[in-house]
Write a protein that binds this ligand. Structure first.
Ligand code: ATP
Ligand code: MG
Length: 263
């Protein structure tokens, strides 16, 4: 397989609005991507196309070597994990954390069969990687938002996906929970046989170094896609935000602020 995701000339129209315009995007095996864009720029729409939830109006899409139109999308979807904070509300709050994670293997909400000892061991190992092993017996509803996000990532990984989409996983997290979650994602990316990670955010500082590639999306168009280091330049980002910004780098992460009159 040459590409994990390949889009060529993808457009997506809704009524008279073009929500995605002429998208050319390739994700190669081993790459982890960050997707950066303001509200309404089309990030979730783009990923809904990857997942086959919506169909492009024009253009070609291949995911994991399968061309859309020639593949059973339900089957393909099992290879794609998706974590977003809106998923939290759909899960049974009184389930123990371990069951929330284990049931991810079958992509069900709630667990109807006795898990095998392999499932249990795998869930324990994943929770350990994500730094939430101590929550094993906790009721899901009693976990903090950051803890829930880690459990949901572990849950998504139970199905052994080839692609893991993290759609604003740090939403609603305080500064420290966010750092802990980012550490866990970093840890995950360093594991062998890790899925291709796609990390959606509005905040450049969440793009940790494992995301070596970044795509900038504005009003449904790709403004720039490539090496994170070259994308995260002051001039590129000022052009992208259509406003002068100041870029500061700390520990290979980029912090952006609007350039005031003093800058
Ligand atoms: N089903 C739909 N019908 C009409 N417009 C839609 C539909 N889905 C999305 N849109 C519009 O498409 C644009 C892109 O939406 P999308 O959810 O992809 O943005 P986003 O980049 O994920 O934003 P956010 O950062 O707020 O999550 C928005 O203007 C949105 O209102
Ligand atoms: Mg979105």
């Amino acid at each position: 397989m040459d590409h994990i995701i390949e889009m060529r000339g993808v457009h997506y129209r809704r009524g008279d609005r073009e929500l995605l315009k002429n998208i050319h995007w390739r994700v190669k095996p081993g790459e982890h991507w960050a997707l950066l864009g303001l509200n309404g720029s089309g990030k979730t729409t783009l990923l809904n196309i990857v997942n086959g939830y919506i169909w492009p109006t024009q253009g070609e899409v291949s995911v994991l070597g399968h061309r859309f139109g020639e593949v059973d999308l339900r089957e393909l979807r099992q290879s794609i994990g998706w974590v977003s904070s809106s998923l939290q509300e759909k899960l049974y709050g009184t389930d123990r954390a371990q069951f929330v994670v284990i049931s991810g293997k079958y992509a069900t909400i709630g667990l109807y069969e006795r898990p095998t000892s392999e499932d249990t061991d795998r869930a324990a190992a994943l929770m350990c990687t994500l730094g939430c092993g101590h929550l094993w017996d906790r009721e899901f509803r009693t976990c903090s938002q950051g803890e829930k996000q880690k459990l949901l990532i572990a849950r998504a990984l139970m199905a052994d996906p080839n692609i893991l989409i993290l759609d604003e996983p740090c939403n609603g997290l305080d500064l420290f929970s966010r750092e802990r979650l980012l550490d866990s994602i970093h840890e995950l990316a360093l594991q062998e046989q890790t899925p291709s990670l796609i990390y959606v955010t509005h905040h450049t500082e969440e793009i940790v170094p494992v995301f070596s590639r970044t795509l900038l999306l504005r009003r449904g168009e790709i403004v720039r896609a490539g090496d994170t280091a070259s994308v995260m330049e002051e001039r590129t980002l000022s052009d992208f935000f259509e406003a002068p910004v100041v870029v500061e780098k700390h520990h290979r992460r980029v912090y952006v602020r609007a350039a005031g009159p003093e800058a």
